[in-house]
Design a protein around this ligand. Structure first.
Ligand code: IDC
Length: 302
């Protein structure tokens, strides 16, 4: 008997719902790279996301290439056990948890498809019974990587997950997940799929918002699995005017949204003000821009 508050997620048309068809909106934080900041995978940090910020989701960013990336110089066993610890900490708090296969400088996810299939195979087998777990199969395809390339990748990776689990799968879109409308041309032939849109409000303006609107008006199920209101380097001043425009779309279409990132690094996108080690952070520990972001973007409407 599962008496957890966590409901199984379904994609119904373009809307994320529970199994009784009630819309569900996820909002939460992404970690920085697990290899950079393993210390954040701990009780205190997860308590702060759940009980101080009142988020219902956390995203675990497993970089594939950069800085101790899983497919490059990283310690695979340590990274896997961090992921598993993060999943356990989230499940214990009745939170949804996104396993983020954080491709980035490996611009085409097909580059490390073998490793992706291995990792998603192991994790979907281990966690198939938990409705909390969400599979994000590629963070940000970019460069010359097209929707057709992503489609082929997804056609190979999603069946590995589906063999074990019918859980929610998030799929990145071209140009750093800024072109969700590209997916309208050829939808993936599976249930419970959402396509991602990422934005950094101080860099990304009308052009990318128009693409998101085109995707939404075309009926595409979209999940904002990474955003911030600063620039695309994750730094610089926030642009509130652009942020308000993005917020308006997210609210109008009730999109789920995950903010980058839970760390105390100096750049703007790291939400914690001062690096005094890990503790149960409260809203008083947030940088001013992050506090604004939380207040406006991260509200539970239910
Ligand atoms: C950035 C981190 C930064 C790190 C860099 C590595 O904030 O500390 O050095 O990655 O390349 C993304 C990516 C995300 C980026 C973020 C900000 O998904 O990995 O994080 N960003 O640049 N897409 C757009 C912006």
């Amino acid at each position: 008997m599962n008496d957890s508050a966590i409901k199984k997620l379904c994609v119904s048309g373009s809307v994320l719902t529970d199994t009784s068809g009630r819309p569900v909106r996820l909002f939460g934080m992404s970690t920085h790279g697990l290899a950079w900041h393993p210390e954040v995978i701990c009780e205190e940090a997860f308590d702060s996301v759940k009980y101080e910020f009142h988020h219902n989701c956390i995203r675990l960013a497993l970089y594939t290439s950069e800085y101790g990336g899983y497919c490059t110089s990283g310690n695979k066993a340590e990274l896997m056990s961090l992921l598993e610890k993060g999943i356990d900490l989230a499940v214990k708090r009745d939170m949804y948890v996104i396993i983020d296969w954080h491709t980035l400088s490996d611009n085409d996810p097909n580059i490390y498809i073998k490793e992706a299939k291995e990792v998603f195979g192991i994790l979907s087998e281990k966690y198939h019974a938990l409705p909390n777990v969400i599979y994000e199969i590629c963070n940000e395809p970019n460069g010359s990587c097209t929707w057709d390339d992503i489609y082929e990748y997804a056609l190979s990776v999603i069946p590995v997950i589906r063999k074990n689990s019918d859980g929610l799968v998030l799929v990145g879109t071209p140009q750093w997940s800024q072109i969700p409308a590209a997916a309208l041309k050829r939808l993936l032939p599976y249930d419970n799929i959402m396509y991602t849109c990422h934005f950094y409000a101080a860099t990304h303006g009308n052009g990318i918002r128009q693409n998101l609107l085109e995707a939404l008006n075309g009926g595409l199920p979209v999940f904002v699995s990474e955003f911030n209101i600063c620039d695309a380097f994750g730094d610089g001043p926030a642009n509130m005017e652009s942020a308000e425009k993005w917020l308006n779309i997210l609210e109008t279409y009730d999109l789920s949204r995950i903010c980058w990132n839970l760390s105390a690094r100096p750049d703007t996108s790291a939400v914690i003000r001062t690096d005094e080690g890990i503790k149960r952070w409260t809203k008083a520990d947030l940088k001013d821009d992050s506090l604004w972001l939380m207040k406006h973007f991260m509200r539970d409407k239910t």
